[in-house]
Write a protein that binds this ligand. Structure first.
Ligand code: MN
Length: 194
């Protein structure tokens, strides 16, 4: 049976639009090589498997090994690249802003904790802001290709701390990269996810 293959997402910005926070070169490798590679791998792996025809989320929740790793990385990168825009809304408002103050004390305290969790994640992975079933906000560290949906959480915001996300621009200075990312987060996108 012919089923539709997974496709590389479309970026909501030009490849040089996030400079100097994320360079054109990093976007070209991160999106055009790494993410495209995960899409290609997953399409090859699911062909003829029990996972053919399932959504990315279903595959992440039900599979393991190479299929889950590639599906998880596609899901993670789709959420990651969709959240950026240089002329976008620079801070949350409304119920998300209220929840951040309620659960972290202030927007600045939230950003500090989020950056710290990203900087201290050992090896490759992702730091996430998610909401639980009651709307409470939590920050989690996920290693490798994991996504908060595996813990029943709704993912809202993420920083990729795999070296491929920053090494061309920042080399070993992961904390500097994380601190700069706030300049390009579009909080309109994050609010819609909450
Ligand atoms: Mn990545």
């Amino acid at each position: 049976m012919e089923t539709k293959a997974f496709e590389l997402m479309k970026l909501p910005f030009a490849v040089d639009a996030l400079e100097p926070v994320i360079s054109k070169s990093t976007i070209e490798f991160h999106y055009g090589k790494h993410l495209a590679g995960y899409v290609n791998n997953l399409n090859n792996l699911v062909q003829g498997s029990d996972f053919q025809g399932l959504s990315l989320e279903e595959i992440v929740l039900k599979s393991e090994g190479g299929i889950r790793n590639n599906a998880g990385q596609i899901l993670n990168h789709n959420l990651y690249f969709e959240q950026f825009g240089k002329t976008a809304k620079s801070a949350p408002t409304g119920k998300l802003a209220e929840a951040i103050v309620r659960d972290f004390g202030s927007f600045d305290a939230f950003k500090d904790e989020f950056q710290k969790k990203g900087a201290t994640l050992f090896g490759s992975g992702w730091v996430w802001l998610s909401s639980d079933q009651n709307g409470k906000l939590v920050i989690t560290q996920e290693t490798n290709a994991s996504n908060p949906i595996q813990q029943g959480l709704c993912p809202l915001l993420t920083f990729d701390v795999w070296e491929h996300a920053y090494y061309l621009d920042y080399q070993n200075r992961r904390p500097d990269h994380l601190a700069a990312l706030w300049q390009i987060i579009d909080w309109n996108v994050i609010e819609k996810r909450y």
